[in-house]
Design a protein around this ligand. Structure first.
Ligand code: BV8
Length: 233
């Protein structure tokens, strides 16, 4: 890890798996229980808003009963102690990185605990259900939707992500299958920029060949071990 100053970390559902939050593409995962086209696209929301709202109401409630795991806590420790730049770009829509104490976190696919008013564009923190069409706290209209980036929608803060990548010396991908773009393409951007790349995942991801190094195992084991190593460098 010599010469590493600035780190960009990409996390996916695998970092929250051991906290009891369903991943998407594993056995019995979310996309086995629900078709993406039925619950995670703007067209689905227009076609059957109740189905989509119930899907997100269930998940929003579920994450509030879960706790951060050792991987979240290790990344929060790295965030606290790392003297250089560090950005945790998460595809996850849970708040476990923040509840573990991480500060430099960017949710590129939105957040369960945020709602977006399609009437006034305001985002508000929200912990309850949306199925009963509550009024927007800002404008009072009943036009709230999950503040989640659905398929076909543009991920949040891509400019900030690419800017952080330009300054990075190390790109670490943790707990993601590498199935969804543009997140899955970040490792290629990193590699083309000559940045060192490391994959920490339960098993080889779809993009594993793009990584200089890959360590496979449960996040609660491989992530704390890596954090200790990089803090000792
Ligand atoms: C975009 C919110 C343009 C929803 C998500 C046709 C039409 C329209 C678009 C497309 C199209 N074809 C392709 C696209 C692009 C599309 C895409 O990539 N589709 C894929 C399926 C081919 N992407 C988009 O539409 C994106 N928008 O492209 O806009 C654009 C492009 C560039 C710049 C500007 C604009 C929007 C994508 C966002 C979709 N929303 N989430 C919700 O949460 O309900 S994506 C969803 O999948 C999750 O957010 C997650 O982020 C993402 C990836 O899943 P993972 O996190 O990787 O989870 P997964 O289950 O797949 O894998 C878990 C991994 O963990 C596994 O590898 C497993 O081994 C590992 N693991 C498990 N347990 C552990 C573990 N690892 C360690 N320890 C463990 N214990």
């Amino acid at each position: 890890m010599a010469g590493i100053r600035n780190i960009v970390i990409l996390t996916g559902a695998g970092v929250s798996a051991e906290s009891g939050i369903d991943t998407f593409r594993s056995e019995g995962g979310l996309w086995e229980q629900h078709r993406v086209e039925d619950v995670a696209t703007p067209e689905a929301f227009a076609r059957d808003p109740d189905l989509v709202l119930r899907f997100y109401d269930m998940r929003r409630a579920a994450i509030q009963t879960k706790q951060p795991n050792a991987a979240h806590l290790a990344l929060a420790k790295l965030d606290r102690e790392w003297k250089g730049d560090l950005l945790i770009v998460t595809q996850n829509v849970d708040d476990l990185h923040e509840r573990a104490g991480a500060k430099r976190v960017l949710h590129m696919h939105g957040e369960h605990l945020s709602v977006w008013c399609t009437a006034c564009d305001a985002r508000s923190r929200w912990t309850g259900p949306l199925i009963d069409r509550p009024a927007c706290p800002e404008c009072g209209k009943t036009a709230l939707r999950p503040d989640i980036v659905w398929f076909g929608e543009t991920p949040y803060e891509m400019d900030a992500i690419y800017a952080a990548l330009e300054q990075a010396d190390l790109f670490v991908s943790i707990g993601t299958s590498g199935a969804v773009y543009p997140a899955a393409g970040l490792v290629r951007e990193a590699r083309q920029a000559g940045i060192a790349t490391l994959e920490l995942n339960l098993e080889p991801s779809q993009g594993t060949r793009w990584f200089d190094e890959a360590r496979h195992g449960p996040a609660t084991e491989v992530v704390p071990a890596w954090v200790e190593e990089v803090l000792l460098r």
